[in-house]
Write a protein that binds this ligand. Structure first.
Ligand SMILES: NC(=O)c1ccc[n+]([C@@H]2O[C@H](COP(=O)([O-])OP(=O)(O)OC[C@H]3O[C@@H](n4cnc5c(N)ncnc54)[C@H](OP(=O)(O)O)[C@@H]3O)[C@@H](O)[C@H]2O)c1
Length: 265
């Protein structure tokens, strides 16, 4: 085992950016604990990565929208003698219907998945990281956190929360050897738009706006290793984020209201 071998917990590892993070970390020789709901996908990926990289790779199939899941994951890891050195808080999705038309249980599940579970998992792994004086946490935010508040339900607000707390956590934890990065991708090829039901609209967007998950992961991982609290991957995304920053609130509201291609009714 290489001296630098660490163990990474990757949520949402059954597809897209999370699967790409799992591959990237496995290539570097790190052991893995993969989480998502689709156990068959996780099993297949774990088998592939064990065979290709001779790493320890375990899976924990669970729904992160269930309140007990973060505690169950950490309990499982402790039982297996796994110390989490790297946390990739990646699992996520965007709502499909307008706020008022969406049942409360659906909205609550989104908040549980992308706000509470992210925060709780972080809170549960940080003490061990601090004790060992080494930890790396990547929280998936989005370019949406910089963009005007479009009619994208809770998503923009949730990703803004992730962008904000990641920086606060980085300030608190960096003196203890723990880096926290908010990774803020723009449009990335994955299953995200299939799940959201916006594949047709997404496919009409210019190719220049899109990145492959591997590009996002490479830049995000470099950022957390270098101790950068915020990473917007890709030149086009960086320019977009920079252009959005000085927009006055009322102009942002106007643009968000008029230009969002995924606007819900
Ligand atoms: N793709 C983009 O354009 C884009 C842009 C900016 C930010 N992001 C963010 O990047 C992250 C990854 O998205 P992606 O593009 O890779 O999407 P994706 O291909 O749809 O993958 C989402 C992952 O999250 C998991 N997941 C969803 N709901 C879950 C739940 N309730 N419990 C456990 N796991 C759950 C899915 O696994 P199961 O279905 O097997 O549970 C899947 O592994 C998200 O946080 C997303 O908001 C994506």
């Amino acid at each position: 085992m290489p001296a630098s071998t660490r163990t990474a917990l990757v949520t949402g590892a059954s597809a897209g950016i999370g699967a790409s993070f799992a591959r990237h970390l496995a290539q570097q020789g790190h052991d893995l604990l993969l989480v998502a709901r689709r156990a068959d996908r996780l099993e297949a990926l774990a088998a592939e990565l064990r065979a290709a990289h001779n790493i320890r790779c375990q899976i924990f199939a669970a729904d992160l929208a269930d309140r007990g899941t973060p505690e169950a994951i950490i309990g499982y890891a402790a039982g297996e003698g796994i110390e989490i050195d790297i946390l990739i808080n990646n699992a996520g999705l965007s709502g499909k219907t307008a706020f008022a038309d969406t049942p409360w249980d659906t909205l609550a599940a989104e908040i549980q998945l992308m706000v509470t579970a992210v925060t709780e998992l972080t809170h549960r792994v940080v003490p061990g990281m601090k004790e060992r004086r080494w930890g790396r946490i990547v929280n998936l935010s989005s370019l949406a956190a910089f963009s005007p508040p479009g009619a994208s339900l809770l998503y923009t607000g949730i990703k803004s929360y992730i962008l904000n707390i990641s920086q606060s956590l980085d300030m608190e934890l960096k003196p203890h050897g723990v880096h926290v990065t908010a990774l803020c991708p723009g449009f990335t090829h994955s299953e995200f738009h299939d799940v959201m039901g916006t594949r047709r609209t997404a496919d009409h967007l210019p190719a220049i706006l899109w990145q492959q998950p591997e590009e996002v992961v490479r830049e995000g991982w470099q950022a957390v290793m270098k101790g950068k609290p915020v990473c917007v991957p890709g030149t086009v995304n960086k320019l977009t984020a920079a252009a959005m920053r000085p927009i006055p609130t009322n102009v942002g509201y106007f643009l968000g209201n008029r230009l969002n291609p995924f606007k819900n009714g």
